[in-house]
Design a binder for this molecule. Structure first.
Ligand SMILES: [Zn+2]
Length: 127
């Protein structure tokens, strides 16, 4: 793992490069407050929890919550040094499969499972 390059990658990643759909936006707004220990564990790897590579949302549940099957994050550098772990009932592990990554340099992808968040669709902003 390359902590320095991973941190730099997330610092340079602009919010408008992330998925604009309502389910992913819900994830970005709520993940840190709902899972502060997971946010901390990812920070130790250089990752910003609000900037997933893929959030993997399911359809919202009828009870005002929504599941995210396996939110994925990029980590720069080699897999060496990364250890799968469990934090607050969430597994943090290598992703078995993931969409193509638009990165030339060495990297790997990790996955959180399972995430459940409140579902609050933002009302469209009034211009
Ligand atoms: Zn999305």
């Amino acid at each position: 793992m390359d902590l320095k390059r991973t941190k730099a990658y997330y610092a340079a990643l602009e919010p408008d490069e992330l998925c604009p759909c309502a389910r992913c936006q819900n994830y970005m707004r709520q993940i840190r407050s709902a899972y502060p220990q997971v946010a901390k564990a990812l920070e130790a790897l250089g990752i910003s929890v609000e900037k997933p590579f893929e959030a993997m949302p399911l359809a919202p549940n009828g009870d005002g919550t929504i599941f995210y099957l396996g939110p994925q994050y990029l980590v720069l550098g080699s897999r060496e040094g990364f250890q799968a772990t469990q934090v607050s009932g969430v597994s943090i592990d290598f992703a078995d499969s993931h969409p193509p990554v638009p990165l030339e340099e060495e990297h790997f992808v990790i996955e959180l499972s399972l995430i459940r968040l409140p579902w609050r669709e933002e009302s469209p902003s009034v211009p």
